[in-house]
Design a protein around this ligand. Structure first.
Ligand SMILES: Cc1cc2nc3c(=O)[nH]c(=O)nc-3n(C[C@H](O)[C@H](O)[C@H](O)COP(=O)(O)OP(=O)(O)OC[C@H]3O[C@@H](n4cnc5c(N)ncnc54)[C@H](O)[C@@H]3O)c2cc1C
Ligand SMILES: Cc1cc2nc3c(=O)[nH]c(=O)nc-3n(C[C@H](O)[C@H](O)[C@H](O)COP(=O)(O)O)c2cc1C
Length: 581
């Protein structure tokens, strides 16, 4: 505060003129004559009044609700940014996951911002599913026009149902009567700019702007900032990359061990967390792209982050496969052939972007998540992953996934790669070591359960453990067979149910084994067991979910609605947790 500030002087003068101190502030014993004493008493009460006026200005701002639907953390991180930003605009924000509120809470709100990711095949995230269902329900309540909202969607243009969850929520809020303060923005994987533009538009919209209080300085965050995150990865050293699947298996699956020690700071994780891995593209693929584009790779280009040499940008900064709307826009194409990747477009005779146009049409390379398959108690300073290599044929040539083959081959032992821990909000080992666990994880879905079992062994947990595992063939696909059999003999694994889909005349899946063991599953559930499912989201997770409902009907005597309510209750009490992808 400066005495030269004319506003401060005005306030002081006004306060001094009206100051009626109840008690003199300058004691009679102080060495001032009566005139000085009067002046000083006026000054001090004036300062007192200004201080009180300041306190009144800092009173809480307008209430604002920020809700997020997030699976892998992006929307949740943006909701934290919104909290900070809203405070600078004089709002008093409350932040929660969509499922932490009910649709019945909406009418009481006046200012609502939603950041919602889409998962699965156009579905809401696990922490938004209940809210989404309630909002879409035929009996959802009418909403008042005083509910001013705006929705930002996080998605990926390579999915057929781009940003469906956010689009559903946005349209339904309006249909129920709420007021859309600023238009829906649907972001692709490189969401930073689109998100920032949406945030500005929302706070600049009339209903938000007119309600904004006095701008306040951002408060320091109560949560300590993570030392390493998606944008500040830890450089982990590859220690081991071993093939887990046998020769002749349809899929190469690798056991990866990374060292997290070094640099003076270690990266912490808990079982149930995932590891984000920043991949590097295959140099041979970069060479093929350059050849198809007729470029040398030595060209200078400008990325969002600054200047770069073309080849280096293609190696580690850009997604070399996905044809996104920005690809068509930058390269002047109306449409791409069905299933075409970047290299297929560049092979077309009339597609010849220059170096800058080439990079302008490519999305930034993104990290991939992997369920952590080790317990830090069993492997201090290290993290293990179980990674299936993605390889397929397309348009007459062999194609491969970036990150799974980077970890399985291109990253040399002893070399480093950028990683970060993606904390799991909804997939945790229970704190109660006595609670029975049913773990269903075919294929690479075994990963978190290896970690859970290692953790339970290290803790000496006495709870019963039942593992369901499966894949195509016992001979080639029994991942971690030695360890699983060892846990069977030590008693850590109370039961192991295996399902091999191509070893017999009939296809047997984990859901087949679940239904066969319906009576025991029901009995474990009556004993308080928690059910965990990890792995393929497209078929397995839905089939297992259905099998569990059938178990509840067959063994619990429930009808379909009763089985649904039973499963809802398991979810609400964290006894049904899924990590599916
Ligand atoms: C929370 C979470 C946990 C995960 N945990 C694990 C884990 O423990 N282990 C694991 O192996 N994976 C796991 N994944 C999957 C992993 O993140 C990657 O998606 C996977 O490894 C593929 O990445 P990539 O970079 O190798 O492939 P990408 O370069 O991303 O290529 C995959 C893409 O290739 C295309 N494609 C694939 N097959 C075909 C085909 N037949 N025809 C045409 N196009 C095709 C599709 O567009 C597909 O999206 C997890 C995912 C999530 C979200
Ligand atoms: C397994 C999986 C399925 C996804 N399905 C969709 C989809 O159907 N539609 C879409 O627009 N985005 C989809 N995405 C992209 C996510 O919405 C996007 O990565 C988003 O940034 C995730 O936000 P979050 O970290 O807050 O969960 C999918 C991503 C994954 C990993």
């Amino acid at each position: 505060m400066s005495a030269e500030d004319p506003k401060i002087l005005e306030k002081l003068a006004a306060a001094m003129a009206s100051a009626q101190p109840k008690e003199p502030l300058i004691p009679d014993s102080a060495p001032f004559d009566p005139e000085q004493r009067l002046w000083l008493n006026g000054l001090l009460s004036g300062l007192h009044a200004v201080a009180n006026a300041g306190a009144a200005e800092a009173a809480p701002g307008t209430a604002l609700t920020v809700l997020y639907g997030s699976q892998s953390g992006n929307a949740e991180a943006l909701s934290k940014d919104l909290r900070k930003y809203a405070k600078t605009q004089g709002f008093e924000p409350e932040v929660a996951a969509l499922d932490e509120i009910s649709v019945a809470d909406l009418p009481a709100m006046n200012h609502l911002l939603i950041v919602a990711a889409t998962f699965g095949e156009g579905e809401p995230t696990d922490n938004a599913a209940k809210f989404h269902a309630g909002l879409m329900a035929a009996d959802a309540p009418a909403l008042p026009a005083t509910l001013n909202f705006s929705v930002c969607g996080l998605g990926d243009t390579s999915y057929a149902e781009f940003n469906k969850a956010a689009r559903d929520i946005d349209a339904r809020l309006e249909a129920l009567g709420a007021t859309r303060a600023a238009p829906l923005v649907t972001c692709d994987v490189d969401f930073d700019d689109e998100y920032a533009a949406w945030r500005d538009a929302a706070f600049e919209s009339a209903p938000f702007k007119s309600a904004a209080g006095a701008a306040m300085a951002p408060e320091p965050s109560a949560e300590p900032a993570a030392a390493f995150d998606k944008n500040h990865p830890f450089m982990a050293t590859l220690m081991v990359a071993d093939r887990l699947s046998g020769a002749g298996s349809a899929k190469a699956v690798n056991h990866i061990e990374l060292s997290l020690a070094g640099g003076g700071v270690d990266l912490d994780y808990a079982v149930g967390d995932a590891l984000g891995v920043w991949p590097v593209n295959d140099a041979a693929e970069v060479t093929a792209i350059l050849a198809a584009a007729g470029l040398s790779g030595r060209e200078a280009v400008t990325l969002k982050t600054g200047p770069a040499q073309l080849r280096a940008a293609l190696i580690s900064r850009l997604d070399l496969t996905t044809v996104a709307p920005k690809t068509l826009e930058a390269w002047g194409l109306d449409a791409a052939p069905e299933g075409a990747q970047v290299i297929d477009l560049l092979a077309m005779p009339d597609v010849a972007p220059d170096a800058q146009t080439l990079v302008d049409g490519l999305r930034p390379l993104q990290p991939r998540l992997y369920s952590i398959s080790s317990s830090p108690k069993a492997h201090p300073g290290a993290v293990h992953l179980t990674v299936g290599e993605v390889r397929y044929a397309l348009n007459g040539s062999d194609r491969k996934g970036v990150a799974s083959t980077f970890l399985g081959g291109r990253l040399a032992e002893g070399a480093t790669g950028g990683v970060y821990v993606q904390r799991s909000a909804h997939f945790h080992l229970p704190a109660d070591d006595d609670q029975p666990l049913i773990m269903i994880g075919p294929g690479t879905g075994i990963a978190p359960f290896r970690a859970f079992l290692e953790e339970r062994a290290a803790r000496g947990a006495s709870g019963r453990n039942w593992l369901f595992f499966g894949d195509q063939h016992a001979a080639t696909d029994y991942l971690y067979q030695d360890q699983i059999e060892h846990w069977g003999t030590t008693g850590l694994l109370t039961r192991t149910s295996l399902a091999w889909s191509r070893d017999g005349a009939e296809k047997v899946y984990v859901q087949t084994r679940l239904k066969e063991a319906a009576a025991e599953i029901w009995s474990w559930l009556q004993d308080g067991a928690a059910i965990y499912v990890c792995g393929d989201a497209s078929r397995m997770a839905a089939d297992v979910d259905q099998a569990l409902r059938e178990v509840a009907m067959a063994e619990g005597g429930l009808d379909a609605a009763g089985a649904d309510a039973f499963m809802d209750d398991l979810t609400a009490t964290h006894r049904y947790q899924r990590d599916v992808y």
